[in-house]
Write a protein that binds this ligand. Sequence first.
Ligand SMILES: Nc1nc2c(ncn2[C@@H]2O[C@H](COP(=O)(O)OP(=O)(O)OP(=O)(O)O)[C@@H](O)[C@H]2O)c(=O)[nH]1
Ligand SMILES: [Mg+2]
Length: 413
Amino acid sequence: MIEYKGLDGITDKDFDPYFGIAKLDEQLKGIPSKKVVLISASPSVGNEVFGYQIIHKNITSGVKVLVFLNRTSPQSYLTEMKEYDFPANENLFIIDAYSGITGIKSDETDHIRVIGNPYDKEEVRTKVLKELGNGYGLLVIDSFSLLADFFDFSFATSFMNDIKKEVVSKDSAAVLLFTDWGYEKQNVDKLLSNVNSTIEVKGIEKRVIFGQYFAVLKCDWIEENPAFSSVLFKAMKPGGIKVYFPKILVTGPTDAGKSSFIHSASKNAVSVDKLGGTIALDHGTVDFQGYRADLFGTPGQERFDPLLKMLGGEAIGVFLVVDSTKPEQFPRAVEMLRKTETYGLPVVVIANKSDLDGALKKEEIREKLHLDSAIILIQTVAEDLSKVDPNEPTKLKEAGINEALSALFKQLT
Ligand SMILES: Nc1nc2c(ncn2[C@@H]2O[C@H](COP(=O)(O)OP(=O)(O)OP(=O)(O)O)[C@@H](O)[C@H]2O)c(=O)[nH]1
Ligand SMILES: [Mg+2]
C-alpha cells in the first residue's frame, strides 16, 4: 500500500494509487481503483510530465504500472523520465506501439511488449486488454489523442470503454493523456462524459505563455463536489510537477528574523544586507511537499518604507514575522502589512525568538497583535543559539518552518 503525505503529513490508505502531485492528491485523495482519469491538455502546454510524475509516484510505491506508448520509443521515454530524476524500476512495463510505425526493430523483454503492427486496430486492442488481464495497479496511455489521430475518434472512445471494463473487473485504474488538438466538440464531450475524472492542463497566455495551471473539471468519487480551484504549476527538470506560488511576502519589524526565516526555508536565498540588516530585499525559493514558492523579504527599518509597496505588489500571501520578546514592535508589524498593501491576503504570523527569556506566550501575542481567531500563529526558534552569528541569517528549527509553510500553503490554493 502506498502513502502520500500532503501538507498535513496525513496518509490516506483508503485510496491507491496516487497522482504524486501536490494539491491534486489533496483534492482527489489519489486515484481509486476502477477509475479512469483523463488529463486533457491544450496544445500549447503538453501533459507528458503529468504522466512521468504519476508513473514515478506509483512505481516507487510498489504499484505495477503498464504504459501504452505510441508517442515515442520506450528508450527515449525512459531517457526523458530520467531527466526528471524518475528512473524506471521493476514495476514499470511498457507496451511499445511506436517502433512498429517507424520500422525500427524493437525487442520484447520482460518489461517491454511490442505491438508488431500498430496500424492494426484489433491487434492494438487485443494486446492491451490481454496484457491488462495480467494484473496492474495502473494503466497509463501516452497518448490517447494520438490513438484518435491514428485510427479515428470512435475507435479511441470504444477502446476506452473496453479499458474501463477491464480496469473495473481487475481492480486497476487508468490515466489517459489527451491533448485537445481541436477535435469535434461532440466527440470530446462524449469522451469527457465517459471518464470518471477530467483534469485540464492549460497555459496562461498573453502573446507568450507565462504560466501553466491545472484544474479538476470533474471527479465522480469526491462526494461533496467542492469547487476545485485552478492551480499554478511548474514542471521542473529534475523534480517534476510542483504547485507554484510566484510571490509570497515576508515582512515584519526590524530584527524580527525575516532574513533568518527565508534562509532557513530555502536552499538558495540571497539577501542584500548591510551589517546584518536587510537594506533592499531577501529572495529565496522554497521546495516543500511538492510545492514551490518564491519568498520575497522586506527590510524592517522604517527608512526603507518607500520600498514596501513595491515589494508587496502581486504577492498572494504573507508571512508576518515578529519578535516574541518585543510587543512594543507589534503596532509596527501591523503598519507594515498596511504599507505593503497586503492587508486581507492570507497571512501566517511567525512568532520568532520564542527561545529567549521574556518571550510572550502564543495567546499573549495573539491578544497584543489583535489577531482574528482565523489567523494562524506559529512559533519559531533558532536552531542552535550557541552558533548564532549576529552578522549571518540564523538557521531556524525545521519543525517551525515546516509548520509555517504548510499553514500558509494550505490557504493559497
Ligand atoms: N535568539 C534568537 N535569535 C534569533 C532568532 N532568529 C533570529 N535571531 C537573530 O536575530 C537577528 C535578526 O535576524 P534577521 O533574520 O536578520 O532579522 P530581519 O528581520 O531580517 O532584520 P532586518 O532585515 O534588519 O529587518 C540576528 O542576529 C539573528 O541571529 C531566534 O529564533 N532566536
Ligand atoms: Mg533582514
